[in-house]
Write a protein that binds this ligand. Structure first.
Ligand SMILES: [Zn+2]
Length: 237
């Protein structure tokens, strides 16, 4: 039986930093039992967001489409989301203030959490990376081709995870969130946002099922020589 507390992590941020953008993991082979997540696609062909069992591919041309289970992923974090707590915020708060407040609501910041923020935002700034071709550049160069977008006065959903500091490198420490608008027409990896009138729900995820790739590109990657703090900041904002 599926354990609700488990967070399934396919590969790591460290591998993305070194340009491991290909995988043999089909989304169709890992989605079962999960209804929530974020991630990316082979060749970094867009950003993934999923909640309520619906998963989407957000591409650099600004489009959004339902995820094709035959696509493969070099990085994703999936779970079954059963909120432990749902809170409302009905005043404007910047990302910094909101996340400070939210972290104070978590029972501990020493665990992983799935987080969903839904409602009206004054602003959401996103990016979607453009598809990369071989030989793959490190992600810090790949993001130079990203398309940035600012949504103003927008309704939609932010979904993602809180990762404790020690998980930096497996995932992104702090809040890593993706966005899709209410019409399911666009979104991306979130750089910045200001909430206006939202509900936020979260669930602690004390079990991590980490699946490292067994591909040659992963085995041969140089994961030792990266400045994790600086490079993840450049790549993920
Ligand atoms: Zn992201």
């Amino acid at each position: 039986m599926k354990q609700d507390g488990t967070l399934l992590q396919i590969s790591t941020m460290m591998a993305l930093l070194d340009g491991v953008f290909e995988s043999e993991t089909r989304y169709g082979s890992i989605l079962e039992g999960h209804d929530f997540g974020i991630g990316t696609f082979d060749h970094l062909d867009g950003e993934m967001i999923g909640f309520d069992g619906s998963f989407y591919q957000l591409r650099s041309d600004g489009s959004a489409r339902p995820l094709d289970p035959n696509t493969t992923t070099p990085f994703c974090s999936l779970t079954r989301f059963t909120p432990q707590q749902t809170l409302s915020v009905d005043k404007e708060m910047t990302k910094y203030d909101f996340e400070q407040w939210l972290s104070a609501q978590l029972e501990t910041v020493n665990s992983f959490y799935a987080v969903r923020i839904e409602g009206q935002f004054s602003e959401v700034k996103t990016r979607t990376v453009a598809r990369q071709e071989k030989p793959f550049p490190p992600i810090t160069e790949a993001v130079a081709t990203q398309s940035a977008r600012t949504f103003k006065q927008i309704e939609g959903t932010l979904a993602g995870y809180f990762t404790p500091r020690f998980g930096h490198g497996i995932a992104v420490a702090g809040y890593h969130l993706h966005f899709i608008d209410q019409e399911r027409s666009g979104g991306g990896h979130v750089f910045d946002y200001t909430v206006q009138n939202v509900t936020v729900s979260f669930e602690e995820k004390p079990r991590l099922d980490l699946r490292l790739p067994t591909t040659a590109s992963y085995r041969e990657a140089d994961l030792e020589s990266h400045d994790i703090e600086q490079e993840i900041k450049l790549a993920e904002g």
